[in-house]
Design a protein around this ligand. Structure first.
Ligand SMILES: Nc1ncnc2c1ncn2[C@@H]1O[C@H](COP(=O)(O)OP(=O)(O)OP(=O)(O)O)[C@@H](O)[C@H]1O
Length: 215
């Protein structure tokens, strides 16, 4: 289980999360909804070990997180992956799609070029797109590459923060199907964040509305 307990995050003097608890269970798609600005992305970044809370704890399969970002152990860091809403803000524009997908494996010293093609096929990217750079592909194609990158180290938890909000219906359906197939194959836990209740109800095994939390 990926779990936040009693987590408080402040931006300046304002507490955006105030004593929040939340859990993502292995093998399940946990939906998180709620109005814009209520703190969903902030919680996503805490659970992805990218933002240190002012107080509270995060545990990954029972192991307490003691450092955030580069200070987290490599094993903990690579056990959680995050896909953002805006792929163009999430990639280095100088890299080809193949290099973007291969980034995490290169960063941990486990390059596996043959995996790049397999991951690309899994998310529906054809080989001719892999030599292109972000400005030469559509948002949907770039988001597919970002999802492939997130899956490349087989994380035990995958956080999709408004992953399909910018995309057309058929790309949305395909990316959701890829994530569900990944969950089915690996038993990973998925956190699906969206303000789209219809999508969450269709996709998730259970849905929490963030404004239900005691804040
Ligand atoms: N780096 C930051 N500095 C200051 N305030 C921030 C920062 N990041 C987010 N906030 C504020 O914290 C609140 C929660 O933001 P967050 O992005 O977590 O909400 P959200 O529920 O994901 O919203 P949305 O659905 O619009 O993405 C917002 O009021 C936002 O303006």
């Amino acid at each position: 289980m990926l779990e936040a307990r009693d987590v408080t995050v402040r931006y300046g003097r304002r507490a955006v999360l105030d004593g929040v608890g939340f859990a993502v269970r292995p093998g399940r798609v946990t939906g998180l909804g709620g109005p814009s600005g209520c703190g969903k992305s902030t919680l996503a970044r805490v659970l992805a070990l990218m933002l240190r809370p002012a107080s509270g704890t995060v545990t990954v399969d029972g192991r307490p997180v003691r450092g955030w970002r580069q200070r987290a152990s490599r094993e903990l860091r690579t056990s959680v992956a995050l896909v953002y809403q805006q792929p163009r803000l999430a990639v280095d524009p100088r890299l080809t799609l193949a290099e973007i997908i291969a980034e995490p494996r290169a960063a941990v010293g486990r390059p596996a070029p043959e995996r790049t093609g397999a991951l690309a096929a899994e998310v529906g990217l054809t080989a001719d797109l892999l030599t292109r750079r972000p400005h030469e592909v559509s948002d949907g194609q770039l988001q597919r590459a970002c999802l492939a990158r997130a899956l490349s180290l087989e994380p035990r938890y995958l956080i999709c923060d408004e992953m399909t909000t910018m995309l057309d219906a058929s790309t949305q359906a395909h990316l959701v199907a890829v994530v569900t197939a990944y969950r089915d194959r690996t038993g990973a836990g998925v956190l699906a964040i969206s303000h789209d209740d219809v999508l969450l109800n269709r996709w998730a095994d259970s849905v929490t509305k963030f404004d239900q939390f005691s804040r």
